[in-house]
Design a protein around this ligand. Structure first.
Ligand SMILES: [Zn+2]
Length: 232
């Protein structure tokens, strides 16, 4: 059992998931008849392993298929008897991951950059996706009229105009993109998802909420005008 966000869009909540089954897809299992004994293909690198796991969501009961990459820890490499592997990464293959999108209230420049970063993320290119979300942060600063030479300066320039929460979130997203390009530091899918969520939170506060408030104010004004017009 593990905690995860259910990947089915109809559910998409934080849930516990239970593993139903797993099968090793690499290395290939060779039958007794061909090599004298049953076992993994002796020509394959036995220090790595890929398995397919089927999990079910304890809340909505839908199933999820994942590919999981494993590696033997350094000290156990090339030792036959040690059947110990450490997980490297896992990727959802069913339901097919759909890239994140932003709501239409958000300016086109920001939305299209975010779309590209999100598609890169769902393709598993974590360094480029990190840099992509950083570019989204740059664009948000530009749209908010920030001045400054570096991205750090620009975000700091918005201090006082935007809430401290928003400033913190922008800085956090900035740091990930920076690390991923300059230091060649690869982030896990989970860390990248955190950054994507931070950026989403920021643009929701900056663009979606004001648009919703404006729409509600317009609706109230229209109702008042209508009731005034109805009076004799
Ligand atoms: Zn679910």
């Amino acid at each position: 059992m593990r905690e995860a966000i259910c990947p089915h869009p109809e559910c998409a909540r934080g849930v516990t998931m239970t593993r139903n089954s797993h099968v090793i897809v690499h290395p290939r299992y060779v039958d007794v008849g061909t090599v004298g004994r049953g076992g993994y293909d002796p020509t394959a690198d036995l220090n790595e392993r890929i398995s397919q796991e089927i999990w079910s969501c304890d809340y909505c009961k839908r199933t999820t298929a994942e590919l999981v990459w494993w590696e033997k820890p350094e000290e156990l490499r090339d030792k036959d008897d040690a059947d110990m592997f450490a997980m490297v990464k896992r990727r959802t293959i069913y339901p097919e991951p759909t890239p994140r999108t932003l709501q239409p209230e958000i300016p086109e420049r920001i939305r299209s950059l975010f779309d590209e970063a999100a598609r890169t993320e769902s393709a598993g290119a974590v360094r480029l996706a990190g840099a992509g979300y950083r570019a989204v942060v740059e664009e948000i600063c530009k749209d908010q009229g920030a001045t400054g030479r570096t991205l750090y300066d620009k975000i700091t320039n918005l201090d006082g105009r935007l809430s401290p929460d928003v400033i913190d979130a922008l800085h956090e997203a900035r740091m990930v993109g920076n690390d991923s390009l300059h230091d060649g530091l690869a982030y896990s899918q989970d860390e990248l998802a955190d950054v994507a969520e931070l950026v989403t939170e920021v643009v929701t506060i900056l663009y979606v909420h004001p648009a919703q408030r404006a729409a509600m104010a317009a609706a109230r004004a229209a109702r008042r005008a209508a009731s005034k017009a109805a009076q004799p």
